[in-house]
Design a protein around this ligand. Structure first.
Ligand code: AMP
Length: 147
């Protein structure tokens, strides 16, 4: 089995993410690999110019979500001993951003939960499923309890 050198943990801060976090940390220790963390704030729907009055609220909400996510990520990074330059907070599509950052940062293992906020579509959550199909590196989908 190959020795992983750079593991990317994708956290959605949803139920059972502690299981995914623990598995990624364990693997990083086992392989003495670098551990990075990523969270994506889903992009909000673009409001048509005709509804321009709503735009400031959208922008405020997006900024607010980014701030909340940043606080959570920093706390998690501190807990796991992950350096600030290995923490990625992006806005957009979770699957696309996770794959992009993994490629750009030469990640050789992405760790995700088997499902999360998007539920159990196609047995695997939609994000996990898409990453499994499109990532160029190995992907570990950690089986999470179904409730
Ligand atoms: P889902 O597709 O929402 O069922 O999520 C499956 C897994 O993909 C989660 O357990 C996370 O590991 C990862 N994931 C989903 N959404 C995000 C997100 N916004 N940011 C980072 N990771 C995510």
């Amino acid at each position: 089995m190959s020795k992983y050198q750079h593991i990317l943990l994708a956290v959605d801060f949803f139920e059972h993410d502690d299981v995914v976090i623990a598995r990624a940390q364990d693997l990083a220790v086992t392989y003495q690999a670098k551990l990075s963390i990523i969270h994506i704030v889903d992009s909000l729907p673009i409001v048509d110019a005709g509804y321009g009055g709503e735009l400031p609220y959208q922008v405020d909400l997006a900024n607010e979500l980014m701030e909340i996510a940043k606080t959570k990520l920093i706390k998690l990074a501190e807990k796991l001993g992950v350096a600030e330059d290995s923490v990625w907070l992006e806005m957009g599509s979770a699957k696309l951003e996770i794959i992009r950052v993994a490629e750009e940062q030469n990640v050789d293992l992405i760790v995700v939960g088997s499902h999360g906020r998007h539920g159990l579509a196609l047995l695997l959550g939609s994000t996990a499923n898409s990453i499994l199909h499109h990532a160029k590196c190995d992907v570990l989908a950690v089986r999470l309890p179904i409730e």
